[in-house]
Design a protein. Structure first.
Length: 167
């Protein structure tokens, strides 16, 4: 029983007080886009005086416009560092989006993020960024819930066996 309780504790250990929609930047910064490579690189200043940069390149094997990328944000209040995958960029609308996996840290605590989406709105007319966001879910992944459920079922079966034997 103690083992089952110990297994459920990591599900809460990453909880930090951060909103699941993190605004990274507003208008400004710089963007370089090369449709022939293909690659895109952007950087600039965050809302609170920090810095951010993102990059994506390579031809993907399974969908997307770019194979891999990275996102790094460093501010006085929080930091974000991780990889980007399945990146899509629409040059007509200027929307860049992709899957994010990495760490979001605030106030000395870090949250491992496995399923998030990075959005950046880009103005190709003057090669600047309009706005950027990282959106992630704070719900536990299904595998953790399945592990917890299996442990609770096991505890119930053991308890039932003990009560049946003592009767």
């Amino acid at each position: 029983m103690i083992l089952a309780l110990a297994m459920s504790i990591p599900a809460w250990s990453d909880a930090i007080p951060i909103n699941n929609n993190v605004a990274i930047n507003g208008a400004g910064g710089s963007v370089t886009y090369s449709p022939t490579s293909p690659s895109i690189v952007g950087f600039g200043t965050t809302y609170d005086g920090g810095t951010y940069n993102y990059s994506a390149s390579g031809t993907p094997l399974h969908g997307g416009r770019f194979a891999t990328g990275s996102l790094t944000v460093s501010t006085p209040n929080f930091s974000i560092n991780g990889g980007l995958s399945k990146m899509f960029f629409n040059p007509k609308t200027g929307l860049l989006q992709g899957g994010f996996e990495g760490k979001v840290c605030e106030g000395g605590s870090c949250l491992n993020v496995y399923h998030a989406v990075f959005y950046e709105s880009i103005n190709l007319g003057n090669n600047t960024n309009r706005s950027g966001f990282l959106v992630f879910s704070t719900a536990p992944e299904p595998g953790s819930m399945g592990l917890l459920a299996t442990g609770l079922i096991g505890i119930g079966v053991l308890k039932r066996k003990r009560t049946t034997r003592s009767s």
